[in-house]
Write a protein that binds this ligand. Structure first.
Ligand code: C5P
Length: 253
């Protein structure tokens, strides 16, 4: 039996859903954190908020005991990335951070080491972004990649998992196959989660999945942005996420 089967849907949401704070202001970000405090404990801070506020945004979230996924997608020479990961890890609210797998094996190895140096007793998870979901296969030859996006993402994912990082960011569709291939340990982080019947205006996510199906596919953390923060009622949106997870739990019990 899956270990998840013993948990309630709302507990799983608290542990495994990461609500993206894709806002321009700290006020909007903390307002969502405060609103969802009983339901969601993990939040994603990306380059948009971090570039404006720096560690002050992490301090504001730490005050609220939020766990932060710091999604700054580091990509530089190994020593610089190692120091950046150490600096990120030194902030106790950061439980996970991203690097680009295309930075190569040495860069990822240094990223993992840097995170451990920054917080030796409980380092944050380091996960590698493979191919950006916005990339199209026809663009790849222009930077010398002679394969389709999916093959390239799989190649980068395999490289990442050999390089000492904890896992990869991928669509829930890729998670399904990857989980079978790589076993239970690697962390699979999946954006592109959508609720049935909820339309997102101008949606740029192509390979989407519902929360319950993403859990079934083996996703470790579900990153959910617009379905929650653009909802007229974000609490109801999180409850709909719980309901989707509950329907999967019923199937596996
Ligand atoms: O699409 P949604 O608003 O749920 O986005 C959740 C996260 O997914 C965003 O914070 C962004 O980092 C990521 N994203 C992505 N590819 C896109 C759009 C967003 O990976 N095309």
């Amino acid at each position: 039996m899956n270990e998840e089967a013993g948990l309630r849907a709302d507990e799983l949401v608290r542990q495994r859903v990461v609500a993206a704070l894709d806002f321009d202001t700290i006020e909007e970000a903390v307002a969502l954190v405060d609103l969802l405090q009983d339901r969601v404990t993990r939040f994603k801070v990306g380059m948009r908020l971090f570039t404006r506020y720096g560690p002050a945004i992490l301090d504001a979230l730490a005050e609220r005991e939020a766990q932060v996924f710091l999604d700054l997608k580091f990509h530089d020479i190994p020593s610089v990335v190692a120091d950046a990961c150490a600096a990120a890890a030194a902030h106790p609210s950061v439980f996970m951070l991203t690097v680009h797998a295309s930075g190569g094996q040495a860069m990822m190895r240094h990223a993992a080491r840097g995170a451990k140096r920054g917080r030796p007793d409980s380092p944050p998870l380091v996960v590698a972004v493979t191919a950006l979901t916005s990339l199209k296969s026809r663009e790849l030859p222009s930077f010398g990649v002679g394969m389709g996006v999916r093959d390239w993402a799989e190649k980068l994912g395999a490289l990442a998992l050999k390089s000492g990082v904890d896992g990869v960011v991928c669509s829930a569709h890729e998670a399904e196959g990857l989980r079978t291939e790589v076993g239970a340990r690697p962390v699979l982080v999946t954006p592109g989660i959508r609720l049935e019947d909820v339309h997102i205006a101008g949606d740029d996510q192509a390979r989407t999945m519902t929360p319950g199906r993403a859990m079934a596919a083996g996703s470790s953390y579900l990153v959910i942005g617009r379905p929650i923060y653009q909802s007229p009622d974000p609490i109801a949106a999180v409850d709909a996420v719980s309901a989707s997870v509950a329907s999967w739990l019923e199937k596996i019990r």
